[in-house]
Structures are given as C-alpha cells and as structure tokens.
Design a protein around this ligand. Structure first.
Ligand code: BDR
Ligand code: CA
Length: 316
C-alpha cells in the first residue's frame, strides 16, 4: 500500500478526493497537511479537521502556509467553493481548529526522512508547503517515492486556465512554489486541467450518490450545489469537474492515465504569472504530465469508492 500525505485546501473537490482516498485499499493515508487556497488557512484547516472527525478517518491535520512564498494572497471575486470552502453551509463553523503542532512543511520533511523512498505526496492545493519543505530540507527530493500534483495545464487541448484564461488556480495562487516544486529532482506527475476537465460527475450521478452513498454521498451532494451551478452557468455542464479526485486517481490507478515526459515550468512574473508550460530546454530535469485519461472509468471508480464508504463494515 502506498503511504500518502495529502496536501490540500478543502475545498469541495478536495473533500471528495479525501473520501475517495480513504476508501481506496491501495492507499494508507498517513496524514493531512493544509494550505491556503480555496479559503484562508484557518478555514481550510478547520474544514480538514471537520471531515476527519465526521468520517472517523483518524488522521492528524498539520496546518501549513497562510499565503504564497512571495507577494500577497490572491482572493478571487467568485468564491467557487463558497464562503467557507465547503459550499457555504457553515458545516465546520465553530468546529475546533486542529491542535497546535509542527508546521506542514516540517511534518512533510520529517515523514519523508523517516521513511526514505516510501512516501507519496499528493498535492491538490497551492504548492507552498512542498516548496517550503524543499527549501528547508532539499535532500527530501531524492528520498520521496513520488509527487502527484493537481495543477496547471500543459497539453495542446486549449485548456489553459480556470481562475484566469492563462492559469489554473493552484499554480496561480503560488506560481513560485509551483516552479520550485516542478524543478526539484523528485519524480513528479502533474494532473492538469488537460485531463481533470474530462472527469465530470454528472448531476444524475451525484443525485444517485446522495440517495445511496450514505453520509459521504449526502455530504457530496450538499456541498456541491453552488459548485454545480457555476459549471452550469459558465461551462454549460450538467454536473461538475472533480479535479482533485482525478489527481488522487492518478496515484491510486495510474493505468487510467497516459503520460508525457517533459521539462515542466511555470511563469512567475507579471500578467503571465501562473501560466504553466513545457520548457524547450531539454537539459532540465524531466517530469511528467497527463495527456489522456479514461475519464468514464475514473468516475465509475470514484462512485464505487463512495458507495464502499456507505456499505456496512464487516465485523472483525
Ligand atoms: C483546483 O483549484 C481548486 O479550486 C480545486 O480544489 C482544485 O484543486 C482546480 O483548478
Ligand atoms: Ca484543491
């Protein structure tokens, strides 16, 4: 089983990725590290702690970066994930924040150093915590099993951005961190908008999960109403993209993806900040981005995972 640290900014699709991972037998979730992104750091950390408690996941939450490596935190005008990051229902209001602990970057570095070659990092928010871990302990790059990232868009399908025409949200929120993480010598696979945009949970599928998916299905339906409405208005989709679930699936079931090896980079300056691109300098360290996905199978697997959570557990 893969030993996984989930670095996340819950986040509607982040919550879905967490539930999916927790129901994936090939994964042993070690812990959750949080980062600003879909909300401020207190909000995303509290949301993570709330999800852990509600679904009895038994995971520790390590709060991390409150803003990017450089510059101010960007706060979008349209809050796609709602005011509270989980669809605007105030689900985690008043919920205690995670207890004080070491910062996320330090937990990431310590865990990798204590388990050389064993740890998979799944990063589904801005990459600030990973970049800080690398800055403090660069030796972790050669000791990490893999890094799977939801971010950017590298392919040729014309899918460049969501938060900006040229930029995907996770890379846009901290372009410098994304650049540093992609340049490090660890094995990186990026699941960008190229493929995550194909991974759509339809309204009918979400509704079915609400009916038969137990508490996880009910949560999924509740938190995704405003999110689905935004996809309906802006993209004409009857459903919504499960970007972060796509990245989680790349870690759990890599055979569902086709990969392209390339030198990956992110622009950090001016109007271009957050734009991801394939660099032509072939001397640079090569990483991989996904350029194809068996989206139907991925969505079927996600639904099955949520249904497993609802199934009565065999008594031991
Ligand atoms: C990514 O940005 C966030 O809004 C989502 O949770 C996902 O990680 C998609 O661009
Ligand atoms: Ca996210």
């Amino acid at each position: 089983r893969k030993l996984v640290i989930l670095d996340t900014d819950p986040g509607i699709d982040d919550a879905m990725a967490l539930l999916y991972l927790s129901a994936s037998p090939g994964v042993r979730l070690d812990s959750i590290t949080t980062v600003f992104g879909n909300g401020d750091i207190d909000t995303t950390s509290r949301n993570a702690a709330y999800l852990v408690e509600r679904f009895a996941l038994g995971l520790r939450v390590y709060p991390g970066a409150a803003g990017p490596l450089a510059g101010e935190r960007h706060i979008p005008a349209l809050k796609v994930h709602g005011e509270d990051g989980l669809g605007g229902h105030g689900l985690a209001d008043g919920f205690p924040p995670p207890p004080p602990t070491v910062p996320a970057w330090e937990h990431i570095a310590r865990t990798i150093l204590a388990n050389p070659g064993k740890v998979s990092l799944l990063a589904i928010g801005p990459l600030t915590n990973l970049a800080l871990a690398l800055r403090h302990r660069p030796e972790i790059a050669s000791l990490t099993r893999e890094v799977v990232i939801m971010g950017g868009a590298f392919g040729t399908q014309g899918r460049r951005g969501n938060i900006r025409p040229h930029a995907e949200a996770n890379f846009y929120y901290d372009p410098l961190a994304a650049k540093e993480v992609l340049a490090a010598g660890w094995p990186v696979t990026v699941v960008g908008l190229d493929v995550s945009t194909d991974c759509i949970l339809s309204s009918a599928q979400a509704k079915a999960l609400a009916a038969i998916g137990g508490d996880a299905g009910a949560l999924l339906w509740q938190i995704s109403r405003g999110y689905a409405e935004i996809y309906r208005q802006f993209d004409g989709i009857d459903g919504f993209c499960i970007h972060d679930v796509a990245a989680a699936a790349c870690l759990v079931s890599p055979h569902l993806f086709s990969l392209c090896g390339a030198a990956l980079d992110v622009a950090t300056g001016g109007d271009d900040a957050g734009r991801s691109f394939v660099a032509d300098d072939d001397r640079r360290h090569q990483q991989h981005y996904c350029d194809g996905v068996a989206a139907g199978q991925l969505v079927t697997d996600f639904i099955a995972a949520i249904e497993r959570l609802a199934a009565p557990q065999p008594s031991s």
